[in-house]
Design a protein around this ligand. Structure first.
Ligand SMILES: O=c1nc[nH]c2c1ncn2[C@H]1C[C@H](O)[C@@H](COP(=O)(O)OP(=O)(O)OP(=O)(O)O)O1
Ligand SMILES: [Mg+2]
Length: 429
């Protein structure tokens, strides 16, 4: 597909071509489009309304799908939300705009310089259809520029989480924190993963397998992977274990804390379903290679409960309450009938439109009282006979050797250790 890009900045076009390469689109610059705009100074502070309108205008004029992005800072001044658009009006150089922004910020206390740096990216089609993607990053606007790299306002935007301005970051870091890149990755994720359905046939249980999810989708490109993986879990205990387990790969990890979107409800009937649902969703949101973990405890005396409902067992809200509830449910059940297993399914969603699954299982017993301080969740109640301890009595390394998650991770590492290769999508023809 030929796509016009509404920019006259060569570096931006080059970066866009690089990021969107897997789509195989032919991206062409529109050149200086300022004269084509209906009203370049149109107020429309809400970029999510304004950008689609302008992009549609350009698409209709050119007869081609057209990409347009605009960014703004949103901050609070005297209790009011203020938007500072970064669209260059005619005659405004980057320098002049930066000066205007500094002017506006003069005398603002730090809490009022907290800001949301937002990019709105629209792909508009000549027929009038539009798709809009938003990327955002929280930070603080500085009084004085800091750093040398980046473009535009990067010298003024301090990312708290990173402890530096976008201009002080390496290109790889900037990629991670820039709202523009986030918006572009969302577009990529959307287009490439469109055919990804978590309802496809599952691989045989108990094995890892490669699913080909998108027979008609773009073929996986062999371009070197960014080696960046989003670990899509909101559970800090899991995140720690996954981070440790993935360390041998040396990949750069992103977490959900880097993003503002909410994960969807986990409505699947199996761990596989839920893991794929979570991975596919977060992958689509971010365009990143994404790992999700769905796990839980199956207790034989409870006919497999809590299973996929482990995180909301008995409607209990905390790990402690769920552990108490589990003990209540097992009251009077003798030791030899307290068998249980932990299951973990890891799903890796590739922005190229397919998914891999890894599964690990650990057999054990539910004790009558908690033992140990480590770990999280049901760890203090889960006794592993082969180790003679509960998960909560093990160090992280020890738990990794015995645990369901550790086993699934070992399979994952085995699959990716010789460098990251995207499996060939086996075509049905
Ligand atoms: O090694 C473990 N040791 C103890 N407990 C564990 C373990 N692995 C899973 N569990 C428990 C935690 C949670 O109650 C449920 C998983 O639910 P699950 O939906 O997969 O995770 P979650 O909601 O905590 O985080 P998220 O979905 O964001 O990844 O099983
Ligand atoms: Mg969950």
């Amino acid at each position: 597909m030929r796509v016009l890009v509404a920019t006259h900045k060569e570096p931006k076009l080059a970066k866009l071509r690089e990021l969107l390469a897997p789509l195989g689109w032919q991206l062409e610059p529109i050149g200086n489009y300022a004269g084509l705009l209906p009203n370049p100074d149109a107020p429309g502070e809400d970029l999510t309304e304004r950008v689609p309108v302008v992009a549609t205008h350009l698409a209709k004029l050119s007869g081609l799908p057209t990409l347009l992005d605009e960014s703004c800072f949103e901050y609070t001044r005297a209790g009011q939300r203020v938007f500072f658009s970064l669209q260059f009006g005619p005659g405004d150089s980057e320098e002049e705009r930066r000066a205007k922004l500094l002017q506006k910020l003069r005398g603002l206390p730090p809490q009022e310089r907290m800001t949301r740096f937002m990019t709105v990216l629209t792909l508009a089609y000549p027929q009038g259809k539009t798709e809009t993607y938003v990327g955002e990053t929280q930070g603080v606007l500085l009084h004085k520029p800091k750093g040398e790299g980046g473009v535009g306002y990067d010298t003024l935007f301090f990312v708290l989480e990173a402890g530096k301005t976008l201009a002080e970051m390496s290109p790889a870091e900037r990629e991670r924190f820039s709202p523009w890149e986030r918006a572009v990755r969302r577009l990529l994720g959307h287009h490439i993963i469109d055919h990804l359905h978590p309802t496809v046939e599952l691989p045989p249980q108990g094995s890892s397998a490669t699913l080909e999810l998108a027979p008609g989708a773009a073929r996986p490109s062999s371009r070197p992977s960014p080696m960046r993986l989003l670990v899509a879990t909101n559970n800090p205990g899991k995140y720690r274990e996954l981070r440790e387990g993935l360390a041998p790969l040396g990949w750069e990890l992103a977490s959900l804390l880097d993003y503002t979107f909410k994960m969807p409800p986990e409505e699947g009937a199996t761990f596989e379903d839920n893991a794929m649902l979570k991975a596919a969703f977060a992958c689509r949101q971010t365009g990143l290679l994404t790992l999700a973990d769905d796990s839980g405890l199956e207790v034989d005396a409870l006919e497999g409960e809590p299973g996929v409902y482990s995180a909301r067992f008995g409607g209990r809200k905390s790990d402690l309450e769920r552990n108490i509830y589990l003990l209540e449910r097992l009251k009077g059940v003798p030791a030899d009938k307290r068998t249980a297993r932990f299951v973990a399914v890891l799903a890796v969603a590739h922005p190229q439109g397919f998914m891999q699954l890894f599964r690990g299982v650990t057999e054990g017993l539910i004790l009558e009282a908690p033992r140990g301080e480590n770990g999280f969740g049901y760890d203090p109640l889960f006794f592993v006979p082969e180790a003679g301890k509960t998960f909560a009595e093990m160090s992280m390394e020890e738990k990794a050797r015995h645990s369901h998650r550790g086993k699934a991770l070992a399979e994952l590492i085995e699959a990716y250790k010789d460098g990251f290769r995207i499996p060939e999508a086996s075509s049905s023809e």
